[in-house]
Ligand binder design. Structure first.
Ligand code: UD1
Length: 425
């Protein structure tokens, strides 16, 4: 089993580019179900979730392959015979398999899949997905641990979400693409990845307005009228944040190429509040980190608030900042599991329900830790850059699900990090 071994590093210097977003590409891949022919996605990250989604789509009738000459290009060929029953072993691996619901209902009027897997942040209900699709005429059967839905004729509906759920917004809007009439989603999620999916669907021929706002209006178009297109995946703001956090704790002067300051505004201003010098530069974001950061209080919120996926990185930064910060998690109460691992490195963190108090320490110390999920795994790598001695991270298959060459990119900035096969070392 591979491990990532990190030594205290810094200052970091140079430039790093940001690949496309996991939370966008997986949904863009699913959009290939709408149109026969070959779809082309560019800026695709080399992550294992893309491979898993590729296999899942393969089983449903879309052949997915990498372009032989361009590593970031994915070709998806819909053979025109899409199936509506997803294989369990693949569905259980990734959360984004829930995103099959809307497109398969829209294109086939039927879908069956197991409850999807993904990161374990505690319970991840899908009641808003079901309520929205039911309002559009779908009928669900949730017996036997399956999700099965049928809809002979989906129709438009006026749906107000209780909470701007990313997944529920995406499933409702993708179902509405071929529904009869107009669907309005109020309190829709506004994440850049949701907007990226809307943009792709519009390029394919769907009618969606209000993209990027909290009210989306979708007017259904005929089945079979969408066309394959070429589309570049939006840059990954969470991977971008990871290189900013790495520079923040290790010190240095780094430009994160492809990072969109506009999509990361709240995070960047919080990092400025911590004493980091963050500026938008043409084509990216520059961070200069000198001296010790100051602690701030943070709370996670739906976009444009501070993303819950940034939180493990921010907690790691607070762990070595001067002073104490209160962290409030408003999306996933269970999302503090990695705190135990950071504590093994000497971080002083107390949790209580969905709050944590992080008291900054001057130095972390290396230890063996386990990555509990994608972002927390990356945060442990970042923490290792600020820890004396050697930090050995196992469970890195989680990191591989969402990070494209994290180790190589950090090494290029001057970090002392390596990926080691423990069986042969
Ligand atoms: C997506 C992202 C994930 C990110 C999250 C929030 C993907 C593959 N994953 O997850 O990385 O952390 O957005 O930004 O894109 N909820 C309900 N009922 C529902 C749906 C959601 O109660 O029907 C709750 C969830 O439990 C959670 C909150 O709403 O507390 C946000 O969930 P949601 O925005 O749907 O997240 P995901 O789409 O699962």
């Amino acid at each position: 089993m591979d491990r990532i071994v990190v030594h205290r590093s810094g200052p970091l210097a140079g430039e790093v580019d940001v690949p496309g977003a996991k939370n966008s590409v997986l949904k863009l891949m699913v959009a290939s179900l709408y149109a026969e022919g070959t779809h082309e996605l560019t800026n695709v990250p080399a992550i294992s979730d893309v491979d898993t989604m590729g296999s899942l789509l393969g089983a449903l009738g879309v052949d997915v392959s990498h372009d032989l000459h361009r590593a970031d290009v994915l070709l998806l060929t819909n053979r025109g015979d899409v199936k509506s029953i997803a294989p369990s072993e693949l569905v259980e691996t990734i959360r984004a398999s829930i995103n099959l619901l809307g497109p398969l209902l829209a294109c086939k009027g039927h879908v069956r899949l197991d409850m999807p897997g993904g990161d374990d942040f505690g319970t991840r209900p899908i009641d808003m997905h079901i309520a929205g699709l039911t309002a559009m005429g779908a009928e669900f059967d949730l017996s036997h641990g399956n999700i099965e839905a049928r809809a002979d004729n989906l129709h438009g509906a006026h749906i107000t979400l209780d909470f701007p759920s990313v997944g529920a917004t995406e499933n409702i809007l993708t179902a509405a693409v071929h529904a009869n009439g107009e669907t309005i989603i109020e309190n829709a999620a506004r994440e850049p990845e949701v907007a990226d999916l809307c943009d792709l669907l519009v390029e394919m021929g769907a009618q969606i307005s209000g993209i990027g706002s909290s009210t989306l209006t979708i007017v259904g178009v005929e089945r079979g009228s969408l066309k394959p297109v070429q589309h570049a995946v939006v840059p990954d703001r969470i991977q971008a944040a990871t290189y900013l956090a790495a520079t923040a704790v290790a010190g240095g002067d780094v430009i994160v190429r492809g990072a969109r300051a506009h999509d990361m505004q709240v995070l960047l201003s919080r990092m400025n509040d911590m004493g980091l010098d963050i500026t938008a530069v043409p084509g990216g974001v520059r961070i200069v980190s000198e001296g010790r950061m100051r602690a701030v209080d943070i709370q996670t919120l739906p976009y444009p608030g501070l993303a819950t996926d940034y939180k493990p990185l921010l907690v790691t930064m607070l762990a070595v900042a001067e002073g104490s910060g209160i962290v409030t998690e408003n999306l996933y109460p269970g999302r503090f599991r990695y705190v135990e691992e950071l504590s093994k490195l000497g971080a002083d963190i107390r949790t209580d329900g969905h709050h944590a108090i992080v008291r900054g320490v001057e130095r972390l110390r290396g230890a063996a830790v386990v990555a509990p999920d994608i972002r927390a795994g990356a945060a442990l790598v970042v923490a290792g850059l600020a820890a004396e001695g050697r930090t050995v991270i196992s469970g890195i298959e989680h990191i591989d699900r969402g990070y494209d060459n994290l180790v190589g990119r950090l090494v290029a900035l001057g970090a002392v990090v390596e990926r080691v096969d423990m069986a042969v070392s």
